[in-house]
Ligand binder design. Structure first.
Ligand code: ZN
Length: 223
């Protein structure tokens, strides 16, 4: 079943030296108003890869979404995730159930994460760990550490829960723990930036029908 607010696919093509984004290739180019004809292969329409992932179809990943609403409808999206309480995070098990912690304790969500930013936590060859993942996640979540009364908005929150689990797994694997800032900088921020760009394009198309970038401006990196 499609979630009610699932995004439409964004299509990108080139015409008149511009990158043009839309939901449907128009009959006339929105820049030159001429019938659309693509002379070169790199001008032809392609789907823009979405950074917003159906979280319940992902195994063993870290997910991030707005606490309320969805990214495509969300008006206060911060470009760089900084622990903002308006965003909520969780971890999926191998069945796509999203474990997450808030002031009511640990939740095991089977819906609601259909449009999330996803950070994979397992290398493709870590089958052994994947076998144990659900058991680890369930045991970890059942401890008193994640009871409702321990919740604290700034220092014992959804992010603490997810990162502590990641470090629990790393230590079980004999690896060094990840510092919150390093995890955020290295794994989360690059994805929230990409999502932020996508959301900008998406909303502009909704509002104006198109989003147009001058290729010279986007290709050329001036000092
Ligand atoms: Zn044109």
């Amino acid at each position: 079943m499609q979630p009610p607010e699932a995004g439409r696919a964004v299509i990108q093509f080139r015409h008149c030296g511009k990158d043009i984004y839309c939901f449907r290739v128009p009959d006339l180019c929105p820049v030159c108003q001429q019938p659309m004809r693509f002379r070169k292969l790199d001008e032809a329409p392609v789907s823009m890869a979405t950074p917003l992932i159906h979280g319940h179809r992902e195994q063993c990943v870290f997910l991030l979404r707005p606490t309320r609403g969805t990214f495509l409808r969300y008006s206060h999206f911060q470009r760089d995730y900084d622990g903002n309480a308006d965003l909520h995070v969780g971890i999926t098990n191998t069945l796509g159930i999203v474990y997450n912690y808030n002031e009511q304790g640990v939740h095991r969500d089977e819906a609601g994460w259909e449009e999330s930013i996803s950070v994979p936590l397992l290398e493709p060859n870590m089958f052994g760990l994947m076998d144990q993942w659900d058991k680890h996640l369930e045991e970890f979540s059942a401890t008193d550490t994640w009871s409702p009364n321990r919740y604290e908005e700034h220092c014992h929150n959804c992010y603490t829960y997810a990162l502590t689990f990641i470090n629990y797994i790393l230590s079980a694997e004999g690896k060094h723990p990840l510092d919150k800032d390093i995890f955020t900088e290295k794994f989360v921020v690059p994805r929230t930036r990409r999502a932020s760009k996508y959301i900008t394009v998406y909303r502009a198309i909704e509002e104006h029908g198109f989003y147009i970038i001058d290729r010279l401006a986007s290709d050329t990196k001036l000092p």
